[in-house]
Design a protein around this ligand. Structure first.
Ligand SMILES: [Zn+2]
Length: 73
């Protein structure tokens, strides 16, 4: 019984983390292409997604240079 309870608690934690990690945008702020959630960076506003790792690195170097367009809620 105890291992089952632990597994349930663990899966609940994972689900909550996945929602919190969901990006706030769906357009890459660097070159305005479609963003893919696998390329993402945590900012003060939440997760920001990019189209590729190159854009992700460009944003990480100078985040103030780019404007993140939030997707419609
Ligand atoms: Zn991009």
């Amino acid at each position: 019984m105890k291992p089952l309870l632990t597994a349930l608690l663990l899966s609940a934690t994972v689900a909550t983390t996945a929602i919190a990690a969901w990006p706030i945008n769906d357009i890459c702020p660097v070159d305005n292409k479609a963003a893919r959630p696998i390329y993402r960076v945590k900012t003060d506003d939440g997760m920001v997604a990019f189209c590729c790792s190159t854009c992700m690195q460009a944003f990480t170097r100078s985040p103030g240079k780019y404007t993140v367009k939030r997707k419609a809620q």
